[in-house]
Design a binder for this molecule. Sequence first.
Ligand code: HEM
Length: 391
Amino acid sequence: MIAAPNINDPAFLENPFPFYEMGRALSPLVLHERGLAMVFGYEDCVRILKDWETWSSRFPPPPDAENPPEPMMLNSDPPRHTRLRGLVSQAFTPRMVEQLEPRIREITRELLAPALEAGRCDLVATLAYPLPVIVIAEILGIPPEDRERFKVWSDEAVASLGSGLQGGGRQLRQEIFEEMREYFTAMVEERRERPRNDLISGLVQAEEAGERLTFADLLQMLVLLLVAGNETTTNLISNAMLEFIAHPDELAKFEAEPGLIPSAIEEVLRLNSPVQATVRRPTRDVEVGGRRIPANMPTVVWLAAANRDPAQFPDPLRFDVTRTPNRHLAFGMGIHFCLGAPLARLEAKVAYEELLARATGFERTTEGPLPRVPTFIMRGVLELPIAFRVK
Ligand code: HEM
């Protein structure tokens, strides 16, 4: 038995990978004293993610909760999940998302302009943070002057993600949720009066058409889109820069051939996954890898560990921008497969097409560990000061 680390500790967040290596050898870990199980191997993770009947995404509300709301899409099982996903899936198909490319490019150029003058920037503040926020805000139909408030909400909500497993944090989440609720209530009321060509109006119409979307569901959906899409894509863009700086020979390959950028982004997703883990609850006693996980025991599915499993990825620790196939689990798998994957991929592709067209010779301007997003669920840095030569 190995000692399970404190998974929200800064040292763990900096380098969780040795733990994954150990864990994979012993997977699954069933930590009875913590009431928690963990799964690390690719095959086991896939099996769990595909079997939603045995492995529920739904967790019982805390015993002290009064009138707990129905869970959001991410935390629900069919049939509720199917219905909610059906209402938004149209807006995020690869074809719909492709149409956003010119606008994404325009936003990226505007954001990068001052940095390209200076030859240096904090990549997070300059591009990785604002790009996804602006894009999702425009899809939803949120006015530009309200974007700053999103940072606060999104950061707080993400910070509370891991708290369910560690205790504490629930209160904060409730407060933030109330604030968001107030904001979106006003926005929804306005769309009822004057529908526009945006996603909020579309959801309001679904609610009005009685497609079994309640007002509470609608609000939760907006919160989910905001939270699920922003910090994750921010982390993808900044984790990519860290990998590219660490692997100049690989970077040179797609600097010479920009068509390789999407494949390089996939390799970042695999090796430096913005979402490291997700959680499921077995609806009955189950056996995984010869060990019994008791019904209802929260089970951490370590996507990032599966993404380094040598049984699935030859030479798994090598950062190889031409790796094919690359069936990583960074966006999950099965019915909850990331709704925003086409959008996240497009934003990261455009970000690097624009950066690499105008700049080269990227390097960090600070040394040592960078401040990190404070939860084991996510992997990302809060700032990334870099310098480069403008072409
Ligand atoms: C690099 C960026 C992203 C990563 C790594 C990521 C990762 C993930 C993962 C791993 C899941 C599955 C969770 C589970 O099975 O429990 C998921 C679900 C989801 N993601 Fe993303 N995501 C990203 C970007 C986005 C964006 C841009 C959006 C929104 C526009 C988004 C919206 C969602 C939603 C709504 C779900 C829940 C889907 C469902 O329950 O059916 N994500 N994401």
